[in-house]
Design a protein. Structure first.
Ligand SMILES: Cc1ncc(COP(=O)(O)O)c(C=O)c1O
Ligand SMILES: Cc1ncc(COP(=O)(O)O)c(C=O)c1O
Lengths: 417, 157, 417, 157
């Protein structure tokens, strides 16, 4: 990192940030690109891209395998990425960090290894109405295949976890695991992770946080929160595709049976009996995403150099501005009004289907997502089975882009009238 | 701001999108199929009444979706009325081509009048991600008319 | 691709190929790098690297999700990669191609979905003694968790599949799946895939080939072979890490239950019931390796532009040369002597442990792997529990590099005497 | 060609590697541990006889491995003989440091003579991937001497 952010502690120098993202400088359909879909996947700064290129051009080989120079270099870089993730999450030990293919696989890993290996039929898993499918479907599969009950905590009208309902659903002591999002990808709601963890632990349950969005928008400290499992995904954190993270307390990883079988995750193999390597290797079967780990590390360095205070301040400014501007648009409903919300807005126009609306916005160069954002039950909860449009912000999002969106929405309403 | 979108959202489309024709459950339909576009959550149920002679006596639908998919379904139910199953299948193929390419080379031949009516949807070919919205209704029709079972599902994926 | 290979149909212009691999131009420990560990992971040509960069710098967004320009571009590129893989494998339809994280996950996917979903307890899976752990451990886990029998076909002294033993172990009709390698990562043996598939089918079994090595060294045509499942991995084919491929006949994918749960792989979700999307989406939960797919496609374009005939001819020349040169090294044993062998050699010196040997070679700039190459049972089969060293060739390997290896081995033997 | 490797493969190492001392099963050992380096397949079984007074009366090992790991185990079994468990633990820590850094800052203090004997292995620090080969025996010793169970496993990973 060139460290050129240090000076701007008054806030974020967005113009400078944008220079790091080559993709943003283009026009789309003749209009300057306004990329408002970072919650689906963020763009990549040149620091990430060039770290990956450097790895492939100078120091690439398979890891953990070859006792030769390039392999040592690659192994060091891969393990340094693990250590960087551990620091980023405030983990006690790098060995608690498992690299996966994405957040979805991280959660599936827990559902398989902890779910089938440690939870007993008759116990329950408690999720919430605001989960992404990645934190619903694995538990449904566990329910259907392993006889675990699936409970769903209600979400309030404001779009927050209903903590009373959470307590009520924990009361009988049957819940073995609470698996909830740390930030909703639809409502922008940041959930009270510490409270949730405390309630879960009181009831004898462990807690998994889906941090796919939160890791991008908030400082995460897994130990301070009291998390037992924490999942996130590289590509939303300005990092590469093809890599995700599962953090879990060492003691849990030790107790869990492996998930996928293959090379790297064993300590000895005969046809009769195979012995597992200790974690994290036990959960990393086969050749890992080496170049992607290097890229993720560069992404973490990038956001760390900017610093959470500056990026949160920037986000708060955008969110406040968006709240104001969007509430001026006639006929527009914004989902949720949580106290603590990050830069993610889902909305519906009264006279346009979200899909039609997003086509119009695309013509104006504005990239928003339309649909149910992999959160069908949440849309059903709010009576919006037809979906919403979603605008989400990144480090590179400007106040002017929010204005462009608001103006386009007003015009779109006229168009369909 | 959105003037060039009038090609896609012609008045006919917006009108059929807002007030779809034949938007109802058809009691006594002898062919029923469901169509899904999981990407955007569009979903429709199509009811068809095929006469003993093999003609589509009536078609109707219910569901939710964007203006394009509602208008396409609405126009379809109007257009296939009175057609034989073979003609409906032919229309379906031609419409698919129209939606994907914007033109329909052999439309001069049979069913020219019907294709004329569907012409307003041709603009969709410039919007690759919206083609499925326009073809969902026709996929669902194909499913409804397929030999065999009475209940069918189609997906635009 | 610049197509600058077309002229050299007499063979491969290795010097030109080497220009495409920036990493090879370096010195290691003061010596020119001699990279002989391509079987663990191949180096990446600039064509692959720049395709990935281009994707991230100009046309990146999440796929299948946003109805806007960048997402359409990315989706097209991702699906074009799937189509390229289908062509590369001679598949009937791109929908038969599932992107995974690596070959290990591809095989685990089959072990979970086909193994638990379709095979019945009491049926058997037949593997061979020359499998990589990736094609052993998932079946052991299936055996232990699902009550399927695991049978192991013998390997002959020459290092080939013992087809008589294979027939014998198929005879009782209990085998539901034969899962064998298409090319050994230790012996270099290319297995007679067509024969094996025919024998399996006669006995009512399906057949999975682990093509992780074969896809690099041989032209693959899954339909001509008669394969039911075919797995390979991107990073060995000069492509990125973080991506693998599972090909399976459409009819099988349709019958198989999903593996991981999450976004993308569903057609509708309620808390009570979830409906799966059709294949391949059903098996691709969460954000896929988008940039990696683009890179893999560039890798396939790269090897296709060179063409299998030229690269096989090059490899044959290297293999013949290596056979001659290595047999001259006193005290050296090379494992296996299969009729059809690719550019992979495992060997042991009589007076040096493989680990010590590889340290010496590394000092000479030569990168070889030491150990058991994720094939412990095969090493046990040949009485080499302590492992071997392995040299493996790529498109960029030169005859001179083979000479360098042979000379260094002779010197190493003197060193330890 | 390999002259600079004489730092790593000193004569002592090659000699102990070829003819490891105390290479046998120790009948009547009251502490046994197994050590594994899954990466390269090195594996050893360590036998220790701790006297009632808490001194290592004898140590021996069996197994397979590279010259470094065999030599390290061989030298270790010689060096720890007669030491108290506390001294063995101290040696183990110092050796680890020697192997990782090539030097042992406080070796001037206690056990200087013993560390002197282990000095030939210091060269390993320049070969990061080989450090584990040198420390495996000592990891295994720690496991053998750990409180509690009689049978222990160590892994160099
Ligand atoms: C024959 C064979 N199968 C499977 C694999 C596993 O590949 P990956 O580690 O990419 O999953 C390898 C390579 O390590 C291999 O050589
Ligand atoms: C809250 C949340 N959880 C999980 C995911 C899944 O992430 P991935 O698709 O990278 O596995 C996402 C993003 O799609 C998300 O927003």
């Amino acid at each position: 990192m060139d460290g050129h952010f240090a000076a701007s502690d008054a806030g974020l120098d967005v113009a400078r940030v944008r220079e790091d993202f080559p993709i943003l400088a283009q026009t789309v359909r003749g209009k300057p690109l306004v990329f408002l879909d970072s919650a689906a996947s963020a763009q990549k700064p040149r620091q990430v891209i060039s770290a990956m290129v450097r790895c492939m051009e100078t120091a690439y080989a398979n890891v953990h395998r070859g006792p030769y120079y390039l392999s040592e270099q690659a192994t060091d870089a891969y393990e340094a990425a693990r250590a960087a993730v551990a620091r980023f999450l405030g983990a006690a030990d790098a060995r608690e960090v498992v690299f996966t293919r994405n957040a979805t696989e991280s959660i599936n890993l827990v559902a398989h290894s902890y779910g089938r290996g440690v939870l007993r039929p008759g116990q329950a898993v408690l999720i919430s109405e605001m989960e992404h499918h990645a934190n619903i479907v694995p538990w449904q599969m566990l329910r259907d295949g392993h006889g675990v009950e699936l409970r769903v905590c209600r979400v309030t009208e404001a779009g927050e976890i209903d903590l009373e309902d959470l307590s009520a659903k924990l009361a009988d002591g049957k819940v073995g695991l609470v698996a909830v999002t740390h930030m909703s990808n639809v409502l922008g709601t940041v959930t009270p992770a510490e409270r949730i963890a405390a309630l879960a632990h009181e009831a004898g349950a462990l807690v998994l946080f889906d941090g796919s969005q939160a890791a991008v928008h908030r400082r995460v400290d897994v130990q301070a929160i009291g998390a037992d499992f924490y999942a996130f995904t590289g590509h939303k954190l300005y990092g590469p595709t093809g890599i995700g993270v599962l953090w879990a307390r060492a003691e849990l990883l030790d107790r869990m049976p492996p998930f996928l079988g293959g090379g790297e995750m064993i300590s000895s193999v005969t046809f009769e009996k195979t012995e597992w390597a200790p974690a994290p290797a036990k959960f990393e079967a086969g050749t890992p995403p080496i170049v992607e780990a290097v890229g993720l590390r560069a992404a973490i360095d990038y956001v760390s150099a900017i610093g959470m205070p500056a990026s949160e301040a920037h986000e708060r400014r955008l969110v406040d501005h968006a709240m104001r501007r969007l509430s001026d648009v006639e006929g527009l409903t914004v989902l949720g009004r949580a106290q603590d919300r990050g830069g993610v807005f889902s909305f519906a126009l009264d006279n346009a289907h979200p899909h039609d609306l997003s086509t119009l916005l695309d013509r104006a160069g504005i990239a928003v997502r339309a649909g149910r954002h992999c959160a069908e039950p949440l849309h059903a909860r709010f009576g919006l089975e037809g979906g919403t449009c979603r605008a989400s912000f990144g480090l590179y999002t400007t106040v002017e882009e929010v204005d462009t969106l608001a103006e386009a929405l007003t015009k779109a309403r006229e168009f369909f009238n | 701001m959105f003037d060039d979108l009038r090609d896609l959202y012609q008045e006919v489309i917006l009108d059929h999108g807002r007030k779809p024709r034949n938007f109802r459950r058809l009691e006594g339909a002898n062919r029923v199929a469901r169509g899904d576009n999981p990407l955007c959550g569009d979903r429709m149920e199509l009811f068809v009444n095929v006469s003993p002679e093999g003609r589509i006596a009536e078609a109707a639908f219910q569901g939710r979706g964007c203006a394009i998919s509602m208008a396409s379904a609405s126009l379809m139910t109007e257009t296939v009325r009175g057609k034989t199953q073979a003609e409906a299948a032919e229309l379906s193929g031609k419409f698919r081509e129209l939606a994907m390419s914007g033109v329909c080379p052999d439309c001069g031949a049979s069913l020219a009048g019907e294709m004329e009516r569907l012409q307003p949807l041709a603009g969709v070919h410039e919007f690759p991600s919206r083609v499925k919205c326009a073809t969902l209704a026709w996929h669902t029709l194909n499913a409804a008319l397929a030999d065999g079972a009475e209940e069918r599902n189609a997906t635009s994926e």
